[in-house]
Structures are given as structure tokens and as C-alpha cells.
Design a protein around this ligand. Structure first.
Ligand SMILES: [Zn+2]
Ligand SMILES: [Zn+2]
Length: 137
């Protein structure tokens, strides 16, 4: 596999890495929920030394909590990757920023003790192919 690329929503931050993806993880911990604003977070884990910010480095902001350091685009707010002191060799890239995700899927769910109860049955929730009409929101 050649290098993999990704970017934020506004396109200011672009990155690439040559490391293979070591793992793809759904994290259900409360901390990741707060950092991402989503029910759970999906990360591609890659060697940190292989991550290269190829555009917009000066627009990359970070916020460090006790648990991890989150890096995000200061223009559009897209979270790009997390660093965790417990795992100094790797970075956790937010899955939604990757360019080609067709052949990549999660291999592991972690922190399931704090997983939201409905996540397990998400496919049984009433679903539509696209958005819904305004009056039904
Ligand atoms: Zn951006
Ligand atoms: Zn987490």
C-alpha cells in the first residue's frame, strides 16, 4: 500500500502517512465522546513518525487534556488526530478525515463498558437513504 492521505472539511489541513494502518478502532470511552462530539470515535492507528502535515501546519491547533492531545483545524474545527502519552509511538487519526476508506473498516471496539446502549442496535433504528424533510426533523 502506498501513502495514504487525508484532510479536514475546509481543506486547509492536509496530511499523509506512509506507515501501514496498524489498527482501526472504535473507541466508546467518555473522553473520546467529549473530544469528538459523537457517540463514539473511529480512529486509524498509525506510526506517529510517519505522519506528515503537508499543508496548513500553522492552522493546526491542539488541546491537551489529562488523557490525550487532540489536534484539529483552527478554521473548520475538524478533529484530525490524537496523541496519547500511553502510546507514544502512534497517533490516532480520525477516520472521517481519511481520503480512501472503502477498504478500511474497524477491527476492534474498545471501552465498551461505557458504550451507549443503542449503538449495538443502530441498524434497527428507522433509516432513510438520505436526509429527512424539514417538517419531520
Ligand atoms: Zn479545516
Ligand atoms: Zn476513547
Amino acid at each position: 500500500m502506498g501513502s495514504q492521505r487525508g484532510s479536514c472539511l475546509c481543506g486547509e489541513i492536509k496530511y499523509q502517512f506512509k506507515s501501514k494502518i496498524l489498527n482501526v478502532v472504535n473507541c466508546h470511552c467518555n473522553f473520546c465522546r467529549s473530544h469528538s462530539g459523537a457517540a463514539f470515535s473511529t480512529y486509524a492507528v498509525v506510526l506517529y513518525k510517519s505522519l506528515e502535515i503537508t499543508h496548513g501546519k500553522e492552522k493546526l491547533s491542539s488541546f491537551e487534556s489529562e488523557e490525550a492531545k487532540k489536534h484539529f483545524c483552527s478554521l473548520c474545527g475538524t478533529p484530525i488526530f490524537n496523541l496519547n502519552k500511553k502510546y507514544p509511538r502512534v497517533c490516532m487519526i480520525y477516520f472521517g478525515t481519511l481520503e480512501n476508506t472503502q477498504n478500511i473498516k474497524p477491527m476492534l471496539n474498545v471501552w465498551c463498558e461505557s458504550q451507549l446502549a443503542w449503538v449495538e442496535s443502530v441498524s434497527s433504528i428507522k433509516s432513510t437513504d438520505q436526509g429527512i424533510e424539514g417538517k419531520n426533523v
